[in-house]
Design a protein around this ligand. Structure first.
Ligand SMILES: CC(C)(COP(=O)(O)OP(=O)(O)OC[C@H]1O[C@@H](n2cnc3c(N)ncnc32)[C@H](O)[C@@H]1OP(=O)(O)O)[C@@H](O)C(=O)NCCC(=O)NCCS
Length: 155
């Protein structure tokens, strides 16, 4: 992770660049209305990666009891391959441990090799397939899950 990179809670003032990055990264981007309730929901955790005051990326999860579901992960195209995605997912994993989750899971397009590699390197494992889950274009979703070791409860 670059010395200039800091992770902060994602707040409403950061939504404009977040929504821009959503449009760059995803064919069905989340709207402001989709993000807003998540930012103040105690069951959600959203982080922004900032580099010199500019949004470099963001990621978030929602917990349901002791289960964690990662919703979105995105890194600015000009700042990819510099560890931003890794820093974001590591921080979500740490927060999940603090919340004593049993696992953190996500869906990824089967053809999204960069994301699959990133998750795999951080200990996520293939846990299932959802045929035809994605639209624009239609594609299968791979479920990838990180299971916390028993007793892993970072304070
Ligand atoms: C997937 C994504 C979040 C990765 O973010 P990133 O900041 O570039 O990731 P990192 O720099 O932390 O990469 C960590 C590792 O992932 C793998 N990786 C990342 N990008 C890769 C690429 N383009 N090709 C192959 N491997 C890649 C590599 O193993 C990399 O480690 P290395 O650079 O030491 O080889 C980013 O490419 C992105 O925003 N993509 C568009 C949105 C998206 O697909 N989100 C995920 C939805 S499930």
């Amino acid at each position: 992770m670059s010395a200039e990179l800091t992770l902060v809670p994602l707040t409403v003032d950061l939504l404009p660049p977040v929504l821009e990055l959503e449009k760059v990264c995803f064919s069905l981007p989340w709207s402001r209305e989709a993000f807003l309730p998540e930012l103040t929901d105690p069951d959600c955790c959203w982080l922004a990666a900032m580099e010199r005051g500019t949004l470099a990326g963001y990621a978030g999860f929602r917990s349901v009891l002791d289960e964690g579901y990662i919703s979105n992960v995105a890194v600015s195209p000009v700042l990819r391959r510099q560890g931003v995605g890794t820093a974001l997912i590591r921080a979500l994993l740490e927060e999940g441990a603090r919340r004593r989750l049993r696992f953190l899971t996500l869906e990824v397009r089967v053809g999204n090799a960069p994301a699959r590699r990133l998750y795999e390197r951080l200990g996520f494992r293939e846990a299932g397939l959802r045929p035809g889950y994605y639209e624009k274009p239609r594609e299968d979703a791979l479920l990838m899950t990180y299971f916390y070791p028993e007793g892993d409860t970072a304070e």
